[in-house]
Write a protein of this length. Structure first.
Length: 85
């Protein structure tokens, strides 16, 4: 089994109230030096075997159109991990 991880973040120009709340909480808790915080999403897709180039292309397409909202988000990273990591 293989796991494909897709990380999605809000575009920089999109306001992130949850990230602002996290930054404020970190400051209140004494974690100094954190200039900003932004929240994102992580998807874990499990494949039965090793992904083929066609599988990865399909995952890239799904990430861009289904897993993310292309108006306000972008896909940061797509990476393959062995299951169990």
């Amino acid at each position: 089994m293989t796991r494909v991880i897709v990380d999605v973040m809000l575009k920089p120009e999109i306001l992130d109230p949850q990230g602002k709340a996290v930054k404020a909480a970190l400051s209140r808790l004494g974690y100094a030096g954190i200039a900003d915080a932004r929240q994102g999403k992580r998807f874990e897709l499990t494949l039965a075997g090793e992904p083929t180039p066609a599988d990865m292309e399909a995952i890239r397409e799904a990430a861009a159109s289904v897993l993310s909202n292309p108006v306000i988000e972008y896909v940061v990273d797509i990476r393959v991990e062995a299951a169990g990591q």
